[in-house]
Design a protein around this ligand. Sequence first.
Ligand SMILES: NC(=O)c1ccc[n+]([C@@H]2O[C@H](COP(=O)([O-])OP(=O)(O)OC[C@H]3O[C@@H](n4cnc5c(N)ncnc54)[C@H](OP(=O)(O)O)[C@@H]3O)[C@@H](O)[C@H]2O)c1
Length: 263
Amino acid sequence: MDLGLTGKSVIVTGASQGLGKAIAIEFAREGAHVFISSRSEDKLQVAVQEIREMTGNKEVNYAVCDMRNENQIQSLVQKVVEKQHTVDILINNAGGPPAGQFMDMSDDDWYGAFEQNLLSVVRATRKVIPYMKKQERGRIVNITSSSIKQSIDQLILSNTMRPGVLGLTKSLATEFAADNILVNTVGPGKIATDRLMELNEKAAEKSGRSIDQINEESIAEIPLGRLGEPEEFAKAVVFLASSANTYITGQALIVDGASVKAL
Ligand SMILES: NC(=O)c1ccc[n+]([C@@H]2O[C@H](COP(=O)([O-])OP(=O)(O)OC[C@H]3O[C@@H](n4cnc5c(N)ncnc54)[C@H](OP(=O)(O)O)[C@@H]3O)[C@@H](O)[C@H]2O)c1
């Protein structure tokens, strides 16, 4: 299948490691011109070098951008447009919100999660839509969580913010369908990244059990019997963002090895 990604201008936010980086690697393999961003310049420099070497694609660049900061989002999009003339594809991603239950969270925690995981999607989307409308073509994929289908214990902030992104995704898909801008969300189940390890370490600390026990229990809940690999997740995202996807929009895809039981 031809994904039609050669030379396409792509932004992947929150991409110095983990799922964002895996997505950027797949786009680079397909010959797209990719900008990655995150808060840490050091990590971004290393990631860009690695992606260029792995894929042989030199059109991989970075810009520092904290997704909680509107000005930085604005200058990220400006930089991309200066170098690549437009934005064909936006992948909205950032770090996950802190773990915890309802009574653990202060107003600051709630505002922080809102800014990082919901308002960031609004702000970045608002900046790229004019370019996509002008060229009558665009793809946006919002990275969320399996919590858009089934709430996750100890993740009250994710359980609240992610469904907001699903609602936003559906509305954007309808509003911009006439401009041929397709908008979807992909929710990871348990994919082997630092974030998952951090959550498991926190669960071990809280329950007084060993990290190995927590990891084993976590895997036992997955019908496919293993964690997902970042590239398995990335391939689904890249397909939805590609020119090969012409009719899937407003949808939520969960990549979870059949863990979520909700329909
Ligand atoms: N892995 C899973 O199984 C899983 C499951 C459910 C949901 N998710 C969600 O999927 C997303 C990606 O997960 P992951 O596993 O790849 O996480 P990760 O390994 O923690 O990576 C997060 C990435 O986001 C960047 N980042 C963090 N906060 C940011 C901010 N405010 N602005 C810009 N960039 C930021 C980090 O780089 P810097 O430190 O350089 O900023 C890093 O590159 C997260 O939202 C996570 O909650 C993951």
